[in-house]
Ligand binder design. Structure first.
Ligand code: GRF
Length: 204
């Protein structure tokens, strides 16, 4: 069983999709811990409801970002966490943290990377006028939204779409590909070669 920690700042619908796929027996993993940097995060309530250990760690209580991240690292190490899943976690992890968990942190981003990095990707896509957008699950490296890509899903952008319409359509795909990516990692079927992620065949 792969030991997972999830970091989330908001409503936690991606967190929930991973919980549901673990509960159904689809992913051989265990969520040891949910950490949020926001006390009002819906993700904390979901964890409570599911009986998953959850902590609100207030970054403002630490003198430096390094102190805050050291606290996080200590918690993860205590639980023997092997994979950190960022699910709407609105902070950028420092190179120190990323190095510590090299190739062990994944993120979901609501665009087809490398297009529309950063915040408000769905609005960026609508404003740009692209006909297709989507979502990307990727490993986290020291850049912003730049790490090796594990999975992507394509979503059509309709002429009358608002950013919210598009976000809702993309979110449905996020809830499919994020659990799929976690499953691949839990099954040991991912190999990183430079920028490229190879998916090994399922053992029969
Ligand atoms: C998602 O759109 C995800 O792509 C982005 O943040 C949002 C989180 O939503 N990184 P939720 O908290 O999982 O519902």
């Amino acid at each position: 069983m792969l030991k997972i920690a999830v970091f989330a700042s908001g409503r936690g619908s991606n967190f929930q999709s991973i919980i549901d796929n673990i509960k159904s027996g689809d992913i051989p993993a265990e969520i040891k811990l949910l950490i949020s940097d926001r006390q009002d995060a819906g993700a904390l309530k979901r964890a409570e409801h599911e009986g998953i250990e959850h902590l609100f760690i207030d970054p403002d209580h630490f003198e430096t970002k390094a102190d805050y991240e050291e606290e996080l690292i200590g918690l993860l190490e205590n639980d023997g966490v092997e994979l950190v899943v960022l699910a709407g976690y609105m902070r950028i992890l420092s190179p120190l943290f990323v190095k510590h968990f090299q190739n062990q942190i994944i993120n979901i981003h609501p665009s087809l990377l490398p297009a529309f990095k950063g915040l408000d990707s769905q609005k960026q896509a609508v404003d740009y006028g692209v006909k297709y957008s989507g979502c990307t699950v990727h490993f986290v490296d020291q850049g912003m939204d730049t790490g090796p890509i594990i999975k992507q899903a394509v979503v059509e952008v309709k002429a009358e779409d608002s950013a919210d319409d598009l976000a809702a359509r993309i979110l449905k795909e996020e809830h499919k590909i994020y659990p799929e990516a976690v499953k691949l990692i839990a099954e040991g079927r991912i190999k990183i070669e430079g920028r490229k992620v190879k998916i090994l065949k399922e053992e029969k």
